[in-house]
Design a binder for this molecule. Structure first.
Ligand code: 26Q
Length: 810
């Protein structure tokens, strides 16, 4: 080698860099010079995936050898987001991968950014399923997630002139290197048709149509790569392949009709949250994935253990809300019709196998299906539901203190008006455990929706307060804070989030507070740069970043926040001489496409933003932004940069909330009502480190019962009346002055969500926030105490409780 060659040669490549290039060439078909960022992303995923596969197979072998009980998490939603950073971090290969890529002139952070955000879910329930999958692998529990491989996930949101526009999402456009199609794991799923019986009492269901469900597997890596579990998502294939006779006769559409029909099952996620949209296709989706999953579980059990009667000893199936509740009838069908068990024995096995998690008490979100639809689509399951109902109602008749009214509430069939199948009652009856997702929510389940079922089966309802994975929601999204914590208290918290309590004394350490503030400021600067880049809006990183990001829903009360923002704007203009605290109000979230008021609230946030941001008399004191297309990746940017977390639902309506936990873990203070998990967050961080306001759930119920009169409340509050009237009269919508008249009239006329009732308390709490912010040391100390005290809200803790109390796998 001559001197010139020596001088210009690149540093030697690591073995990993060589593997990356090898994958780029042989699996992507590009050389280094031709590779685009997407090619590098795919090559990196394939390279990391190779390491994962070895552990994946080892995990499966171990489970098999130990004859372990398996956990099955059935969910119509898995909001997993991007997977590369998570996989690299959990394998502990951050430095190795980024160095190898940089030897190839590629920036890891840049390619991570172009990975599509897998949004196979709407919101909290779907994200919870994703956190649970990660914690199951972390706790080394053999577990499978079962769901649907939607071709189009949650819609992309564009904001056009302030209005939400829904665009199709296309996460599979560049292929998906994470997934493995398993053609051999395929099942028939039938719909409709007829049920016949013979003299021996055997029942035969002959469906009118059928599709094939094919498994597509994605590995889920636990912390430190200990275990790799499987997320098995079903896709649909037509049973009659392309009809060549039709195709040759020129009927191209007819030839493909079967595949198109099958594909419609997995085409798109229902973009509804907290409402049950009663479309037939939704019920078809629910049965499609339930049937395939239950068939797969039973097949695996027989293969490994031989006898279907030992199923509850070796399988625990958790129903994520009622969306998979038809699984109860499906397992009964398989046990009775295919495995020749008697009803009673099948019923005991079924109950011992299933657990059901409830995520909402909102009546409009409780799933029920018109009986004629259910019967037409699933005639055999309808018979089984009737048989289950007969059994449950017999037990109810025998029990003490259950009157006719209670019988009506316990029945799986709603007889009030058009008859409907109640999926929550089916799930409740078919499970040995029914859990709520926060302490308050579980109490309310016992008192309201499930009061009579609870009386009949008093040992069934239990609480499992939600959690979040600290890997994604601290280590990966906030490396600055993670390093700071590690410097202060060592590494134990990396494996046990509860060990974060060791950070508490550092709230009293002035030097630590200073470093903590620097980390937060850097996160705010980064978010501000992102917003400047995307929206052209300049934000002051020294202002309070006050954040409300979640699905847009009236019960979550974005409207309360916006009205208070308007009131504050008014106050600042009227009293510019006062010592106002600079604030940035950040909103993000999607509205269900059919939810008129939610979409109007998005428009209002944008109208207020335009007006406030363009008012020179306000300057830096107040800025408002609605960030488009909220998703997991955007949350990962926003959460670490927040100072104040808005958790302001009408008390009794938010089952838990999990965003509240993410913010507290990243050192934001919560302003919130005593709703959902806020109650337990307060218990952990202490009253002095959270700002609680407003009516309690009991007070809300009492006010409703007493006849609430919002008009009097609005007229009794000058600030509120002024803000509401300004919005109603078109101050923020000069192009269409009547735009918000209806929305504001709703507040005067009924105010279902008690915005007016809580307004003054909320506004006062916000001024308390200002006062606290003024004492920056005290604020930072509170923020540090939040970080220190919310390790309990790790999904590892939650999954540990499910494993011990419900699944019996610990
Ligand atoms: C039902 C039928 C038809 C179409 C759609 C639906 C549907 C889909 C999704 C109904 C509800 C959902 C989602 C509910 C949800 O996300 N609930 C949230 O669950 C979180 C995890 O437990 C809680 O923290 C939140 O409080 C709760 O709102």
């Amino acid at each position: 080698m001559n001197v010139t060659a020596l001088a210009t040669s690149a540093p030697p490549r690591s073995p990993l860099a060589d593997r990356l290039v090898d994958n780029l060439i042989h699996r992507i078909g590009k050389d280094e010079r031709a590779a685009l960022p997407h090619d590098w992303l795919a090559a990196t995923i394939l390279t990391v995936r190779d390491d994962i596969i070895d552990r994946w197979m080892a995990s499966t072998r171990e489970t098999h050898a130990a004859k372990s009980k398996r956990v099955y998490y059935l969910s119509l939603e898995f909001l997993i987001g991007r997977l590369l950073r998570d996989a690299i971090a959990n394998l502990g290969k951050n430095r190795e991968v980024s160095q190898a890529l940089s030897q190839l002139g590629v920036d890891l952070a840049e390619i991570e950014e172009i990975e599509p955000d897998a949004a196979l879910g709407n919101g909290g329930l779907g994200r919870l399923a994703a956190c649970f999958m990660e914690s199951l692998a972390t706790l080394d529990l053999p577990a499978y997630g079962y769901g649907i491989r939607y071709m189009n996930g949650m819609f992309r949101q564009r904001i056009d002139d302030g209005w939400q526009v829904e665009l199709p999402e296309n996460w599979l456009a560049h292929g998906n290197p994470w997934e493995f199609e398993r053609r051999e794991s395929a099942y028939f799923v039938g719909f409709g048709g007829e049920v016949t019986g013979n003299d021996a009492g055997q029942v035969h269901w002959k469906p009118a149509e059928a599709v094939e469900a094919v498994a597509v597997d994605t590995p889920v890596v636990g912390w430190r790569g200990k275990r790799v579990n499987t997320l098995r998502l079903w896709t649909a294939v037509s049973l009659d392949p392309i009809k060549l006779d039709k195709f040759n006769a020129g009927d191209h559409e007819g030839a493909l009709a079967g595949q198109v029909r099958a594909e419609s099952l997995v085409r798109v996620l229902y973009p509804a949250d907290s409402t049950a949209s009663g479309q037939e296709l939704r019920l078809r989706q629910e049965y499609f994935f339930s049937s395939a999953s239950i068939q797969d579980i039973v097949r695996r059990h027989i293969q490994y253990f031989g006898d279907v009667r030992t199923l509850p000893d070796k399988a625990a199936i958790q129903l994520n809300d009622t969306h998979p509740a038809v699984s109860v009838a499906e397992l009964m069908r398989l046990l009775i019709d295919h495995h020749d068990l008697a009803f009673d024995e099948a019923w005991e096995i079924t109950k011992a196998t299933f657990g059901y998690t409830n995520h909402t008490l909102l009546p409009e979100a409780l799933e029920s299906w018109p009986l004629p639809l259910f019967e037409r689509l699933l005639p055999r399951h309808m018979q089984i539901v009737y048989a289950i109902n007969a059994r449950v109602l017999r037990e109810a008749r025998k029990a003490d203190g259950i009157d006719d009214e209670a019988i009506g509430a316990i029945s799986l069939i709603d007889e009030g008006g058009e008859r409907r199948v109640r999926m929550a009652n089916l799930a409740f009856a078919g499970s040995h455990s029914v859990n709520g997702v926060a302490a308050l929510h579980t109490d309310l389940m016992k008192q309201t929706v499930f009061a009579d079922l609870h009386k009949l089966y008093p040992a069934r309802i239990n609480n499992k307060t939600n959690g979040i994975t600290p890997r994604r929601w601290l280590f990966e999204c906030n490396p600055g804070l993670t390093h700071l914590i590690r410097d202060a208290i060592g590494e134990e918290f990396l494996d046990d989030a509860a060990a974060l309590t060791a950070l508490a004394p550092f709230a009293e350490d002035a030097a630590f507070r200073e470093r903590f503030a620097e980390v937060k400021r850097a996160n705010k600067v980064a978010l501000a740069a992102h917003i400047k880049d995307r929206m052209g809006l300049r934000l002051d990183p020294d202002a309070i970043f006050d954040v409300q990001i979640k699905r847009i829903h009236e019960y979550k009360r974005q409207l309360l926040n916006i009205i208070e923002t308007v009131a504050l704007y008014d106050q600042i203009r009227s009293h510019p001489e006062r010592n106002w605290t600079p604030r940035v109000k950040l909103f993000a979230g999607k509205a269900a496409s059919s939810y008129h008021n939610a979409k109007l609230i998005i428009k209002l946030a944008n109208d207020v933003a335009r007006r406030v941001n363009g008012d020179p008399s306000i300057g830096k004191l107040l800025k408002v932004a609605f960030l488009p297309n909220y998703n997991v990746s955007l949350a990962e940017r926003i959460v670490p940069a927040a100072d104040l977390s808005e958790q302001i639902s009408t008390a009794g309506m938010e089952a838990s909330g999990t965003g509240n936990m993410k913010f507290a873990l990243n050192g934001a203070l919560t302003i919130g009502t005593l709703d959902g998990a806020n109650v337990e967050i307060r218990d952990h961080v202490g009253d002095e480190n959270i700002i609680i306001f407003g009516l309690t759930a009991d007070e809300v119920a009492a006010k409703r019962a007493d006849g609430y009169e919002p008009r009097a409340v609005i007229e009794g509050s000058r600030e509120l009346a002024q803000a509401v009237n300004a919005i109603a009269s078109g101050v923020f919508s000069p192009d269409d002055p009547n735009r918000y008249q209806g929305l504001m009239a709703g507040l005067y006329e009924h105010d279902w969500f008690m915005v007016a009732a809580d307004f003054d308390a909320y506004a006062a709490a916000q001024r308390q926030v200002d006062a606290r912010w003024a004492d920056r040391d005290a604020w930072r100390a509170s923020a540090i105490r939040n970080v220190a005290q919310v390790g309990w809200f790790s999904s590892d803790r939650t999954i540990g409780e499910y494993a011990r109390d419900i699944w019996n796998v610990l």
